[in-house]
Design a protein around this ligand. Structure first.
Ligand code: SF4
Ligand code: SF4
Length: 164
């Protein structure tokens, strides 16, 4: 996983009340899983525990000289589930809700264990928080690692199929 400087700002975030964690959790980059001996199994374990889900990104972001625009392509990337997604065991529920890792005193994960989008979000005293690593960057990062997603999805489907 990439090491990022801890940019937590607890006093700003306490005043805000954790709006970013109460809407839709941040997306993780492939590095967390690529660092594991079996990336697909590492992702599948999180999906099976319903702590994480796969979110769908529609289209390939255009990057001159690197990626052509492709509005029909679907890219999936992982992020922690919201409470409602976890209880319904269903990905893609669009309503905003608390992240499963959110507690009354903030995120229960150590900074280095949080998804990359969470780690890169820069708290702003006016609550206009921005991130240099958003959905566009996540889609590009996962574009060539959909094999991990597909293998983890297959493991999840087998596990669901074996449940009574
Ligand atoms: S990063 Fe921004 S949106 Fe998230 S809790 Fe802190 S101030 Fe609020
Ligand atoms: S993982 Fe932590 S920082 Fe990221 S959305 Fe969930 S509670 Fe917030």
């Amino acid at each position: 996983m990439n090491a990022l400087k801890n940019n937590e700002h607890r006093s700003i975030c306490a005043r805000c009340g954790g709006q970013c964690c109460r809407t839709r959790p941040g997306i993780e980059s492939p590095e967390r899983f690529q660092a594991q001996p079996d990336p697909a199994t590492a992702l599948a374990e999180l999906l099976i525990r319903r702590e994480w889900i796969l979110e769908t990104h529609y289209g390939v972001p255009y990057t001159p000289g690197v990626t052509a625009p492709d509005p029909d392509r679907i890219i999936q990337y992982p992020r922690p589930a919201t409470m409602s997604e976890q209880s319904k065991n269903s990905a893609g529920i669009t309503a905003a809700d608390d992240c499963v890792y959110l507690t009354p005193v903030g995120c229960s994960l150590a900074f280095d264990s949080r998804p990359r989008m969470c780690r890169e979000l820069i708290p702003d005293s006016c609550f206009e928080c921005e991130t240099p690593w958003g959905r566009r960057e996540a889609a590009l990062a996962w574009l060539h690692h959909q094999d991990i997603i597909q293998a983890a999805s297959a493991t999840l489907a087998v596990q669901k199929g074996s449940q009574p």
